[in-house]
Design a binder for this molecule. Structure first.
Ligand code: SF4
Ligand code: SF4
Length: 109
């Protein structure tokens, strides 16, 4: 069976959900400062990996993400990247090259 490792990091306003296999590393980058909380992504995520954050409190000034990501459910399909009207989601796919080659090849979708 293929090993899949997932983890999540926060860098400023970016929430980085990562999925690593032997061949690739996928990084789903959610910049919550770009997000308007429209919930389009929540409705369309095929894995139900997204849910609304505390939208009422955010409207009153709370600094929190309008969308919460369930890393266990996310399949890194990229649909939220394609449909977010504000480009709050980005996906980076890093293909791991054989050991003798140095720099990994990165691809943005
Ligand atoms: S579709 Fe984009 S703007 Fe709308 S809630 Fe999702 S991430 Fe935020
Ligand atoms: S990458 Fe796919 S599964 Fe993951 S949150 Fe986005 S739409 Fe849902």
């Amino acid at each position: 069976m293929m090993d899949i490792v997932k983890d999540m990091e926060v860098e400023g306003s970016h929430i980085l959900a990562k999925q690593k296999t032997k061949e690739t590393e996928k990084v789903l980058d959610y910049d919550y400062k770009k997000c308007a909380g429209c919930s389009i992504c929540v409705d369309l995520c095929p894995k139900k990996a997204l849910q609304e954050g505390p939208l009422q409190e955010i409207a009153k000034g709370l600094d929190a993400p309008p969308v919460l990501i369930d890393l266990d459910r996310c399949a890194f399909c990229g649909m939220c990247v394609n449909f977010c009207p504000l480009k709050a989601f980005q996906m980076k796919i890093i293909k791991k090259l054989p050991a003798e080659e140095k720099s990994p090849e990165a691809q943005e979708i």
